[in-house]
Design a protein around this ligand. Structure first.
Ligand code: SF4
Ligand code: F3S
Ligand code: FES
Length: 245
């Protein structure tokens, strides 16, 4: 049945507010009529407006850019604003918060805290010993366009958290860095302005909580809404790190 038919959609949504003493996780069911080109995000707005004013979920851009609306949609981490309800012919959709992140309430999780800690852990900034201050008068360093393209390709991450939630290793091992961290390292590793050596990167990711802990489960590759090349970059980093020492 197509989304134009006005069929009934059934949403089963996890409700739980850890801030409310005594509240217990439970599934709540809501029925709404499907609209043409309806996304899960639009459906959630309708559910909140009609039936559940306290329903918690995150969004900013509604266009797959900010990474706020990641959630588990029928068992798979994805962006609510980029998922059409017509993708589910059975008309029944379950929504759960992304695992591996601190739950704020219902479908809202704190990816920001995780991403900040990850950035600090991998020191996600350009390391250039020759510059200890930034002068606004200084011209930007020139870069060969092919290198700039390579950096741009790896720098498209929107920090949605889908790759982290889809990773079985991350679920088993809390301190595992996760695919988003490997992608950030890969981005700095190709940047000629960053003077870090392979040995420096080894200190950051050369153990079982880093790239050697990855079991190539490829949930990251399957779920990344930006189609970042997780499989090839993780294999590349692992090969490079294995050559250090
Ligand atoms: Fe999201 Fe992909 Fe970035 Fe992971 S690498 S946080 S799935 S955009
Ligand atoms: Fe996890 Fe991706 Fe490795 S899903 S185990 S980081 S290939
Ligand atoms: Fe920004 Fe979905 S609301 S990515």
């Amino acid at each position: 049945m197509s989304s134009e038919s006005g069929r009934k959609l059934k949403f089963n949504i996890l409700r739980y507010d850890p801030q409310t003493p005594g509240d217990k996780p439970r599934m709540e069911t809501f029925e709404i009529e499907e609209a043409p080109v309806m996304t899960v995000f639009i459906a959630l707005n309708e559910i909140r407006a009609k039936y559940a004013p306290a329903l918690q979920y995150d969004f900013v851009c509604r266009a797959g850019i900010c990474g706020s609306c990641g959630m588990v949609i029928n068992g798979r981490p994805d962006l609510a604003c980029r998922t059409l309800t017509s993708k589910f012919p059975e008309g029944e959709i379950s929504l759960m918060p992304l695992p591996a992140f601190e739950l704020i309430g219902d479908l809202s999780v704190d990816t920001g805290k995780f991403m900040r800690a990850m950035t600090e852990r991998i020191e996600g900034w350009i390391h250039d010993e020759t510059k200890d201050t930034v002068s606004l008068d200084q011209l930007e360093a020139r870069m060969d366009p092919d290198t700039a393209d390579k950096i741009y390709e790896l720098d498209r991450c929107i920090e949605c958290g889908c790759c982290v939630s889809a990773c079985g290793t991350k679920r088993m091992r809390e301190d595992f860095l996760g695919a988003v961290g490997f992608m950030k390292v890969a981005r700095f590793e190709v940047d000629p302005r960053d003077q870090r050596t392979d040995a420096d990167y080894y200190d950051l990711i050369g153990d079982d909580d880093g790239v050697f802990g990855c079991m190539t489960l490829l949930g990251c590759e399957d779920t990344c809404p930006k189609d970042l090349p997780h499989q090839s970059r993780i294999a590349y980093l692992r090969r490079k790190m294995a050559q250090v020492r």
